[in-house]
Design a protein around this ligand. Structure first.
Ligand code: GDP
Length: 583
């Protein structure tokens, strides 16, 4: 008998409960040694997550594992839902009534204690004091989070695909996200608009429409830039405020442009963009005087920021060369200065590529420059340099991590959807997921990859997940979606290796990670480190000078989802004071 038929015969949803120690299932003779081993290992894992006193027999766990093809998350979710159904239902309304100050629900510690004290049906436990940290607390906390889910919400039947095999079979194109950085007015939006237009992503009619509109507002030259800056606020102000996203494909690669704003106030948005970027395009205004003021302005800060966010490769577009008659000397002078600065900021020279161009006229963007004065440049246009970025290494095998960019309250079909990029792992329809730090669990009803409906998604892809009803008030940008069996840890205190941009001392600051912004403080300066080796050179410094590297402790008011290797930016008083790597 096939496993499916057997499961059907058992009618699992209704009968598993009655199965406890009762009738012996009749598949014993049919399970292979391999299946038995899977059942044994699966039971250990499930028990690990559920805890010993979850009141589940081995038999019940094995039956669920069998039904769900050894999928641990689904098994745990099913068993918990069974348990929840036999307990008095928690009302979400009550939880909301807990008050504004507790938007993220009870603390992990409260939950651990509650879970540990829970034996059988219990009324809501009173708030408990916070115990010292234990390594398994987040796991227990998560279980409690999952058990609060209404089973009806999570009963989404997926196809149980082997997503990694599907991904291999789909012969994916190389996919790359890049962020566009540079001083305000360097021509970033114009250049990207030109790229999209010349690659025929935007048609002439749309561009004509933009041109008319921009002329009406007396900003004729902005038409190309509007291809990217689609919000009216941006159009009227002439700066790109939020991260507009645009996609285009070349023969080998499918690109997503994360257009970064050039305005000084909008650096937090740029951080969000850079945290998802595989490489950066730095646009430099070559016109007389403007390169110099740009270098003093945001060019350096942006470059340092993207480096701190893990970006290793930069394509440098020396733009507006039409304004200096395509002077080769000017190009060389700027390239040398920018190269010296970027290498001192930690970029390897082999990861830098320079191209002389003019976004407004399209010279050396998608096609080679027409202007005979530009004939001294033998190299490829910008688009070829973008293409030569190495294929992105995807963290496919790691647990799912998706940092929420945006939350949409949708229509009747999809009441709640979230967008973001899969940092690691994979998802498919039917998966149960956990949103941290709120510990809200839900199931994936549907998903979109690059705005197209899909059944699964893998690390590196930009997705929209349609979730079963989770109240939006528990979610915010910067939260992380993960599997219930491997939740991201949420911390209120963490150690980082920080590169100081400004003086860093014991101070209040804002912690930024992607779209997450949290008020916090630097509470300890542990040591100043050698920039090259990372070894401590001075213990307990009183002040970290700009340009120095140090190990410091940061505390935040509410738990934030952060793991070692994560990158954060510290800002204070509207300035970026440092960029750090979580240790
Ligand atoms: P952003 O702030 O970096 O996005 O800059 P924009 O794309 O909005 O461009 C700023 C100004 O520079 C606009 O008036 C553009 O028309 C102008 N501009 C952009 N690219 C070029 C170029 O290649 N040559 C010339 N001459 N002007 C340009």
């Amino acid at each position: 008998m096939s496993r499916h038929k057997l499961v059907k015969a058992l009618d699992l949803d209704e009968e598993l409960d009655d199965f406890d120690g009762g009738i012996k299932p009749d598949y014993d003779d049919e399970v292979s040694a391999e299946d038995k081993e899977q059942l044994r290992l699966g039971t250990i894992k499930v028990r690990d997550i559920l805890g010993e006193d979850a009141g589940m027999t081995d038999k019940k766990i094995e039956d669920s594992l069998w039904h769900y093809y050894y999928d641990i998350d689904k098994t745990v979710n099913y068993l918990l839902s069974q348990k929840t159904n036999s307990q008095p239902k928690k009302s979400k309304k009550k939880k909301a009534g807990d008050g504004e100050a507790k938007a993220t629900g009870p603390s992990p510690d409260d939950i651990v204690i509650k879970a540990q004290n829970t034996k059988g049906p219990t009324p809501k436990a009173a708030k408990q004091p916070t115990p010292p940290a234990k390594s398994n607390k987040s796991v227990n906390g998560v279980i409690q989070g999952v058990s609060e889910v209404n089973i009806e919400d999570t009963k989404i039947r997926g196809k149980n695909l082997d997503v990694l095999a599907e991904f291999e079979r789909s012969k994916p194109k190389n996919a790359a996200n890049f962020v566009v950085i540079g001083h305000v007015d360097a021509g970033k939006s114009t250049l990207m608009g030109r790229l999209l237009y010349d690659l025929k992503v935007v048609d002439q009619r749309t561009l004509d429409k933009y041109r008319k509109e921009s002329e009406r507002l007396g900003k004729g030259s902005f038409a190309l830039a509007w291809v990217l800056d689609q919000g009216t606020e941006e159009r009227n102000r002439g700066v790109t405020i939020d991260i507009a996203m645009n996609k285009f494909e070349t023969e080998n690669t499918s690109f997503t442009i994360l257009d970064a704003p050039g305005h000084r106030d909008f650096i937090p948005n740029m951080i969000a963009g850079a945290s998802q970027a595989d490489f950066a395009v730095l646009v430099i205004d070559a016109s007389t005087g403007n390169f110099e003021s740009g270098l003093k302005g945001q060019t350096k800060e942006h470059a340092l920021l993207v480096r701190s966010m893990g970006v290793q490769r930069i394509v440098i577009a020396i733009n507006k060369l039409d304004t200096v008659q395509w002077s080769q000397d000017r190009f060389n002078e700027i390239s040398q200065q920018v190269s010296a600065f970027l290498t001192s900021a930690g970029f390897l020279s082999r990861n830098l590529a320079f191209v002389p161009c003019a976004g407004l006229t399209g010279d050396n963007i998608v096609r080679k420059a027409d202007d005979p004065k530009a004939s001294w440049y033998p190299g490829p246009p910008l688009v070829s340099l973008l293409e030569s970025s190495k294929p992105v290494t995807r963290a496919l095998e790691k647990p799912l991590r998706l940092t929420i960019d945006d939350i949409f309250r949708g229509g009747i079909q999809n009441s709640l959807s979230v967008s973001g990029r899969l940092d690691s792992g994979n998802v498919q329809i039917g998966d149960t997921v956990l949103v941290m730090p709120a510990k809200e669990a839900g199931a994936i009803k549907g998903l979109e990859v690059d705005s197209e409906p899909a059944e699964w998604a893998v690390a590196g892809q930009n997705v929209i997940l349609h979730l079963t009803e989770i109240d939006t008030k528990y979610l915010k940008s910067g939260d992380v979606i993960c599997p219930p069996s491997a939740p991201i840890q949420c911390v209120t205190s963490f150690t980082i290796k920080v590169l100081a941009f400004e003086h860093v001392t014991l101070m209040h600051c804002e912690v930024h990670k992607g779209t997450l912004h949290a008020p916090g403080r630097v509470t300890q300066l542990i040591a100043q480190l050698d920039k090259a080796s990372g070894a401590a050179v001075k213990g307990k410094p009183r002040l970290i000078k700009p340009g120095s590297v140090a190990r410091v402790v940061v505390e935040v008011d509410d738990p934030v989802p952060l793991e070692p290797g994560g990158r954060v930016i510290l800002r204070a008083g509207g300035e970026t004071v440092g960029a750090g790597l979580v240790e």
